[in-house]
Design a protein around this ligand. Structure first.
Ligand code: NAP
Length: 246
């Protein structure tokens, strides 16, 4: 087991990539804190983990709320005595072309995808610095690296979380904390189900592998980066995109 006895927190763990990451982490022996806003989804993921004998606890938290985030980290440390791994996975979209984007659409996406990552990263880093060990993984996207039509707000945040990962890698390395970002391509989750079939078909065709990605493809990358197998990797951006950008 590659994450045996590690305590791992996954934001947006209720569905999609986050759900699969929680399950893969538990399969690898981690005690998992499933963080989401949707209580039913949390219950379902915790139930799935417990059904195969894994350890998980759910926390209903809005990552944009600093008070809730502080409490979430404090409760984790109270329950499990430490926090080894944070996956900053919670993220949203509100797409439209630049000329049509409203201030609300901009603020909403910035708030979850950037402020949420800052809030959770800061709270976790304080605990990890004290314990002298930790791994923080930020969910970026190929959209953050290459941009995408109709995603000004989302692209800004996904480039932003790479900047945070590199900055934190520099600030926290001496405390035994590694920080990396993962940049998924198009992955079949409830987020991408909103995209037109035409766009998904185009993405599939563009990949040299002729396939879209699945949540386990990203979850497996998180498992690797969270594990001690990646002990010399920090400040990196791992693209997991089926080569769609080539
Ligand atoms: P998803 O299916 O939409 O799931 C996102 C999860 O985040 C949901 O469970 C959602 O909870 C939760 N969430 C949203 N706002 C939150 C908040 N303020 N506080 C706590 N939880 C919150 O998304 P996904 O496709 O799995 O994507 C996961 C991450 O990977 C995102 O950061 C996304 O940007 C990134 N990514 C995805 C793709 C892709 O193709 N799917 C590609 C590149 C990057 P609710 O159910 O309550 O809304």
């Amino acid at each position: 087991m590659r994450l045996k006895d590690k305590v791992a927190m996954v934001t947006g763990g209720g569905r999609g990539i986050g759900e699969t990451t929680c399950i893969r982490f538990a399969e690898e022996g981690a005690k998992v804190v499933v963080v989401d806003m949707n209580g039913e989804d949390i219950k379902s993921v915790v139930g799935k983990i417990k059904s195969f004998g894994g350890e998980a606890t759910g926390m209903q938290v809005d990552v944009t709320d600093r008070v809730q985030v502080e409490k979430m980290v404090a409760e984790t440390v109270k329950k499990y005595s430490k926090l080894d791994i944070l996956v900053n996975n919670a993220g949203i979209t509100a797409d439209t072309k630049l000329v049509k984007m409203t201030e609300e659409q901009w603020d909403k996406v910035i708030n979850v995808n950037l402020k949420g990552v800052f809030n959770c990263g800061q709270a976790a880093a304080r605990v990890m610095s004290e314990q002298g060990y930790g791994v923080i993984l930020n969910a970026s996207s190929i959209v953050g690296i290459y941009g995408n039509f109709g995603q000004t707000n989302y692209a800004a945040t996904k480039w932003g979380v790479i900047g945070m990962a590199k900055t934190w890698a520099k600030e926290l390395g001496s405390k035994g904390i590694r920080v990396n970002a993962v940049a998924p391509g198009f992955i079949m989750t409830p987020m991408t189900e909103k995209m037109p079939e035409k766009v998904l078909d185009m993405m599939k065709e563009k990949s040299p592998l002729k396939t879209l990605g699945y949540p386990e493809d990203i979850a497996n990358a998180y498992v690797y980066l969270a594990s001690d197998e990646a002990k010399f990797i920090t400040g990196a951006v791992l693209s997991v995109d089926g080569g769609v950008v080539l």
